[in-house]
Design a protein around this ligand. Sequence first.
Ligand SMILES: [Ca+2]
Length: 197
Amino acid sequence: MGRRIEVRARAKRFEEPNAGMAMLLALLFIAAALAILNTVAARLKDDVRQSDAFTEANAALHAAEFALARSVSELQAGRSGSIGVEQWAGLAGGEAAAPKTGMPGGLNLPAYGEAGVVPVKTPDGGAEYWVIALDWASDGIDNNGDGAVDGPEEAGILGVYAAAHCQSTERRVEAIYRAGEGQPRPFVRVSWRELAP
Ligand SMILES: [Ca+2]
């Protein structure tokens, strides 16, 4: 009897280290799995953030392009081509009220939310924009920098400046058009560049 107990006790002593090792391995496995999960979750979150930022930037650029197209349609309809900035003090009767050297077209473009700037929503409601169209021939600015304000080489050229906001992303573009004769009046885009917001 006494011998049997001793054998059992000895067997238990052999089992316990194995059980402990298995538990340790399980814990290590869980810890490793948690660490991997954590890394994957952080990476996923980062990817989603980047993807959101890309989508917003893309939507803002599309909205700016939409604003340019709308501006051209307005110009073809005989209107000013400026949208969302009708009450802005920087424009007076289609002229830049405060021409500024070194700025696009010599125009000090308005900041978002500036007094008199009332951005318009895109048809899908996902972004909003304003756009300014300047007739280089009569905007009171030496647009081509040849020393002559509204000189003969500025005739038939229009500078269109669009800004668009999507969530927290803003993008601004400048497009220069050469206007022809005809009905509707043709506008040929001769240059395009993105401006710093
Ligand atoms: Ca001019």
